[in-house]
Design a protein around this ligand. Sequence first.
Ligand SMILES: C[S@@+](CC[C@H](N)C(=O)[O-])C[C@H]1O[C@@H](n2cnc3c(N)ncnc32)[C@H](O)[C@@H]1O
Length: 234
Amino acid sequence: MESYTRLYAEGTYDDYVWTRERPVVVESLRRERERLGSLRLLDFACGTGRILAAVDHVADELTGVDISAEMARHAARASPRATIKVGSVLDDDVLTGPYDAVTVFRFFVNAPQELRLPVLRKIRQHMRQGALLMFNNHGHSPSLRSLAVRVPRHRPQVPNELRHRDIVDLLNASGFRIEHRYGFSLFPSILHRHLLASALRGVDTAAASPGLRRFTQRMMIEQLYIARAVGAPR
Ligand SMILES: C[S@@+](CC[C@H](N)C(=O)[O-])C[C@H]1O[C@@H](n2cnc3c(N)ncnc32)[C@H](O)[C@@H]1O
């Protein structure tokens, strides 16, 4: 828990990425609320409530779900308006849809492979037709992170990463269609040190400019997906 709070402390690499991503998340949900007239939102695997706190003012009704009671306590403090539930998404009585929008951040890359599809299917069952799913892939492969996680000193047994193709397959198998994809951050955290950090952040800004975005987006480490619930839940 503490290490997770440290991850997003001001000035860290993860905070930097989130600072770029957050406006896109908030604005997409704000537009969705404007379109629908109200928004019933679920933040699945809400952790300490980072996402709930950011979107608190956009949703009319917010629910956060997390399997960890300790995380849930922090989420309740981060977003006092939200209803926080402790449990696994796979438990029958935890989700109470239909939701207009569901956010899932920093979950799929870390989750065991066999859990990803059942989780998406369960979420889909609690979304109305056309509802919006927003989630990130913070370990996009291939990207420069793919090299960093293979450097022997840092290498986990199996690098935790996901390809765009894996995401497309998961969404197709669970009744979603991708509507938008955004990319943030070309360089892995290990390079974001001292003076180099500001130079790399300048390169990120240039790479995200409208003229370059379509070439650079697929090389970015952090990928944000916006998808729609389509077809029948499976
Ligand atoms: C890396 S944290 C992400 C927290 C938050 N979404 C964010 O981006 O700041 C992943 C969270 O998933 C939760 N989690 C893992 N498996 C879960 C499950 N089956 N059902 C609900 N929550 C789960 C963990 O307890 C943890 O809080």
